[in-house]
Ligand binder design. Structure first.
Ligand code: ADP
Ligand code: MG
Length: 696
């Protein structure tokens, strides 16, 4: 039965060549309606342009393709196992044989007279041409060598469904249904942005006439996918600007001078420009929503301090949150030092504080007598009432997508300004999608005096030499250093145990006589604090640690870093660790040892040795691991991309983002009739995740 009026919503079972049985199979791969078929894209293409006639076959070790009809086949036992031989008749001009060892199942679909295509490296063995283990492709009767398309689509399949079934169905339906497709982009937009119209792109993606057209067809779908997300993000940014209200916290020259006088150094250019962007945001009546990205050691803390003091100067409170207590305590110390003898009251909020102490602090926050609160995220997110909160700074944030604002009782009718800092260099293409609603400041370069760090990827036999070097630097030059041992999940105390093992080995062996210390995540806060204190004062010379020291720790005299089982760390983590050294007056030395190295970890470690710029490393990491892994959209609650790939399609993304931003600027609610379809698509896909309830 065929429908009289073709409709994209008609069920596939009514399409030519489908029927009820095949419709059931198609349902399993999500194809219910005609439109689903059109959007069921090939995963690859069979290049038919390399097709030969039998007299064109060459023994030149290249892959060649030949078409013929199945004549006969048989199996025989050989020393190498069962041998399957297939002979195909090539237009009565001769026979080509395909040979397979131990693959009898190939025979399953053989039938005399059936048209097939063999792809392999032909060898002439008088009087036949032979291909060993060729790839076999079945052609529908209509897929005659003279009619067949230059690139045959290869679809993801399911049990009971063959390539030529799908090809045949699509060949039949495309001319009828593709013209019915609704174009979401306005006509002029298509022309301006060199996008293939949907009615052309769909047939081209299934049966590309040539490679260039295929690229244009793909580009259109990738662009569309990225563009629609960017529309959502642009609208979210705009809504944020129009719906949320913050108190403007402006600067003037007096405030500026008062703040700067607190800093023990002149700010770098990068710090100045980040501060300028932040100050500009904070002077607006809408909350700042800014991500400050700066490589490890680039000096983000003082930028945060500037912003906090600006809030305080305007009579508001600020909070400074860090992911670990070690880091939060370091910030507390920095602030206390910089603000010594000032009127500003800084209070700490950590786990494990005495109830009475905590009560006091909470009260100071509620009455406003404390102006700056420093602590760990976990503690601060809870139930704290501020008198007048103006700014939230979140340090070393690397694991979130679209900004989740902390649930803080701000004490006013306004939202606080947000500054989020990260040293995990996030590739630009990712900041633009997952972090797409944040404004981004980037700090390039380091403060003056930053030392060179030399990195070695060491063979195990270099151990003795390395530890000798470490011992000499420590005893003769008073240097300090870290030894980092990976944390092993799923075995309760393993991290502590492996640390103690390393401790034993070193203290009785190559580092005998050197004062060693241990720090790991399962120690109590007080214990950790004591160890860090001893390390800072030099009491401990070499600190054996898990990655608790990974983020933010700043001890300028520590110059030696040893990383054990380095293959277990990701690139950004390694880079973070290396950022702990080379912060003082001496050059840093980092040596990584590894155990079981895979190809991937090899690549990673080589990149680590070669590159010192965190942003370059991040791009590399991204290349090695692919977009799906580290920054998978799904992890962030976004629907996954169907065709786009943030590594491969960076350029298209930048373009789509700019174009989407322009469109939203010109038509904020996408209210123009020509934008209605885009708007609907965007809301359908991202309305809920991006919380865009009331567009327009
Ligand atoms: P990160 O960006 O990794 O958080 P920090 O803020 O911890 O970096 O700064 C790293 C070190 O650089 C600190 O010891 C800090 O005092 C120092 N520093 C920051 N800015 C400057 C500057 N402009 N001049 C000199 N030293 C600076
Ligand atoms: Mg920091």
């Amino acid at each position: 039965m065929t429908l009289e009026v073709p409709d994209l919503r008609s069920l596939v079972q009514y399409l030519k060549g489908v029927g009820t049985q095949r419709a059931e199979i198609l349902k399993r791969i999500g194809i219910n309606r005609a439109a689903d078929l059109l959007f069921y894209f090939p995963r690859d293409y069979q290049d038919m342009t390399e097709r030969r006639e039998i007299d064109q076959l060459r023994e030149d070790r290249t892959l060649q393709t030949i078409i013929g009809t199945i004549e006969e086949w048989n199996t025989s036992s050989t020393r190498r196992g069962q041998l399957l031989t297939l002979a195909i008749n090539c237009n009565d001009k001769g026979y080509v044989k395909g040979l397979w060892f131990k693959m009898p199942f190939i025979m399953r679909d053989f039938a005399k007279g059936r048209r097939v295509m063999l792809t392999g490296k032909p060898r002439y063995d008088h009087p036949f041409w032979i291909m060993m283990h060729p790839q076999i492709t079945y052609l529908a009767e209509t897929e005659d060598e003279n009619e067949v398309e230059p690139y045959l689509p290869i679809y993801p399949l399911t049990e009971g469904l063959k390539q030529f079934h799908l090809r045949k169905i699509l060949r039949n339906m495309l001319p009828v249904y593709a013209p019915l497709l609704d174009e979401v982009f306005p006509e002029q937009f298509l022309a301006e942005h060199k996008l293939l119209p949907i009615c052309e792109a769909i047939p081209a993606i299934h049966f590309p006439p040539d490679k260039t057209t295929l690229l244009w067809a793909k580009r259109r779908f990738i662009y569309q996918e990225l563009f629609v997300l960017q529309l959502g993000l642009a609208i979210r940014r705009l809504q944020h600007r129009t719906h949320l209200r913050a108190s403007p916290l402006p600067v003037d020259s007096k405030i500026d001078a008062r703040i700067r006088q607190r800093f023990p150094f002149t700010l770098t250019k990068a710090q100045e420009s980040a501060i300028k962007e932040i100050v500009n945001d904070m002077s607006q009546p809408v909350p700042m929503n800014r991500l400050l990205q700066g490589d490890v050691g680039s000096g983000k803390t003082v930028v945060a301090v500037y912003a906090m003091l600006l809030a305080v100067a305007n009579g508001y409170q600020a909070v400074f949150m860090a992911p670990t207590e070690v880091l939060a305590r370091q910030h507390l110390r920095t602030l206390n030092r910089m603000l010594e003898n000032s009127q500003v009251k800084i209070v700490p909020l950590f786990g494990g504080q005495k109830t009475s102490e905590r009560m006091h602090i909470l009260q100071d926050i509620a009455t406003g007598s404390a102006q700056i609160v420093v602590g760990t995220q976990a503690i601060i997110q809870n139930e704290i009432s501020f008198q007048k909160l103006g700014l939230v700074v979140i340090d070393e944030q690397h694991k979130f997508g679209v900004l989740q604002r902390a649930a803080l009782k701000t004490g006013g009718k306004f939202d606080p300004h947000y500054l989020v800092m990260t040293a995990t260099p996030i590739p630009r293409s990712v900041t633009m999608t997952l972090f797409g609603d944040l404004e981004v400041s980037i700090m390039n370069g380091m403060p003056p005096g930053r030392q060179k760090v030399t990195t070695y990827l060491a063979e195990p036999e270099r151990r003795t030499a390395w530890w000798d070097f470490v011992a000499r630097k420590v005893t003769e030059h008073g240097w300090q250093g870290y030894v980092v041992v990976p944390l092993v999940e799923e075995s309760e105390n393993f991290d502590a145990r492996s640390l103690h093992e390393v401790y034993e080995q070193l203290s009785t062996g190559l580092l005998k006589g050197i004062r060693l210390g241990i720090i790991h995540g399962r120690m109590s806060a007080a214990e950790k604090e004591k160890v860090m204190f001893d390390f800072r004062t030099g009491e401990i010379q070499i600190l054996i640690a898990t990655t608790v020291i990974e983020v933010g720790v700043d001890i300028p005299n520590a110059n030696l870093l040893t990383i054990e089982s380095a293959e277990r760390f990701g690139l950004s983590q390694l880079h973070q660790l290396r950022g702990r050294i080379g912060r003082g007056n001496n050059p840093g030395y980092c040596t990584v040892f590894c155990n079981a190295v895979t190809e991937e970890s090899q690549k990673r470690l080589q990149a680590f040795v070669k590159l010192s710029d965190g942003f370059k490393l991040a791009e590399k990491d991204f290349e090695i691991r692919g977009a799906g892994d580290l920054f998978g959209t799904q992890q962030h609650g976004m629907p996954p991309f169907r065709v786009a790939d943030l590594v491969r399609d960076k350029e298209i993304l930048y373009e789509a983002r700019k174009d989407a931003t322009d469109m939203v600027l010109a038509d904020p609610g996408l209210a123009k009739p020509e934008h209605a379809k885009l708007r609907r698509q965007m809301l359908g896909r991202y309305g809920a995740v991006l919380n865009l309830g009331d567009v327009g």
